[in-house]
Design a protein around this ligand. Structure first.
Ligand code: PBG
Length: 305
């Protein structure tokens, strides 16, 4: 009765990694229980999540061919575009969110177009807007830009509005830090930068006030939901965003957070289930309304009893 924070499967967004093929379910070695899956298997996985009360998934696509400008990202017949259509057809009322970024689709693994060894902001923004629009055309319910280019939320909002998708919201990865916690994801999404790192476009971990500026800019450009990422090492940022802004707040409990808990659990060093629920609870207590988590199904099972 007196508990201040409650956790429910409806708080979760479940990330899925989609690859070409049929009947493919390849476990990601650093993320036990997470897979690269072909569309048919992703449908099975999303169905299970939906039955457990998890309302939404977020999709990451791994194309067969990558190139310099990530053309697979905005190909009308690309892996994600087909996945959205098939998932929406197969599962009634599944809420499908797409990650909008180029890093899974570029041969160099960076989140944008490269010139003279650096990511070019404005050219990248045009491609991201194209990508978001093609996701919406394929039936995406919400788009989530994760690239961290400047001005992309506004450009995506304009492209969606002009394309007739004014009802498709934008969840912005607004305060996204250049974090070592993304390590396992880069194996999962095959998106490790081939040179350099992402520090020229992602935020510096020691910076707290800067996150408020990033969030204010994105809200100004039309972001509907603000995301903080990673979650556990950034609970202060989640709390600041909650206290300073009046939009829904999402937090991404990233791959490394999942892997650490899984690994220690496997070794018998911690009680995996309890640490999982305690971590998720702390993210909500800090102020998140929504949590993107690879634990979505596991946690939902426990919460459902
Ligand atoms: C793409 C993207 C990344 C993650 C989500 N979208 C990786 C990155 O920025 O390097 C990380 C998610 C995770 O670690 O679980 N830009």
């Amino acid at each position: 009765m007196l508990r201040e924070t409650s956790l429910s499967p409806s708080d979760f967004i479940y990330p899925l990694f989609v690859v070409e093929g049929k009947g493919v379910r390849k476990e990601i070695s650093s993320m036990p229980g997470c897979y690269q899956e072909s569309i048919d298997k992703a449908i099975e996985n999303a169905k299970e999540a939906k039955l457990l009360g998890v309302p939404a998934i977020i999709l990451f696509g791994i194309p067969e061919h990558k190139d310099e400008v990530g053309s697979g990202a905005y190909d009308e017949n690309g892996i994600i575009q087909r996945a959205i259509k098939e998932l929406k057809n197969a599962i009634a009322e599944l809420y499908v969110i797409t990650d909008v970024c180029l890093c899974e689709y570029t041969s160099h693994g960076h989140c944008g177009v490269i010139r003279d060894g650096d990511v070019v902001n404005d050219e990248t923004v045009d491609l991201l807007a194209k990508e978001a629009l093609s996701h919406a055309r394929s039936g995406a319910d919400m788009v989530a830009p994760s690239d961290m280019m400047d001005g992309r939320v506004g450009a995506i909002r304009d492209a969606l509005d002009e394309g007739g998708f004014s009802n498709v919201p934008v969840m912005s990865y607004a305060a996204k830090y250049a974090s070592a916690f993304y390590g396992p994801f880069r194996e999962a999404a095959e998106s490790t930068p081939q040179f350099g790192d992402r520090r020229s476009y992602q935020m510096d971990p020691p910076n707290r006030r800067e996150a408020m500026r990033e969030v204010a800019l994105d809200i100004d450009e039309g972001a509907d939901i603000i995301m903080v990422k990673p979650a556990l090492a950034y609970l202060d940022i989640i709390s600041d965003v909650r206290n300073n802004f009046d939009v829904p707040v999402a937090a991404y409990s990233v791959s490394g957070e999942y892997s650490l808990i899984k690994a220690a659990g496997k070794l018998g060093w911690v009680d995996e289930n309890r640490v999982m629920l305690e971590s998720l609870t702390s993210i909500k207590r800090a102020g998140a309304d929504l949590i993107l988590t690879y634990f979505a199904k596991d946690a939902a099972k426990l919460l459902n009893g």
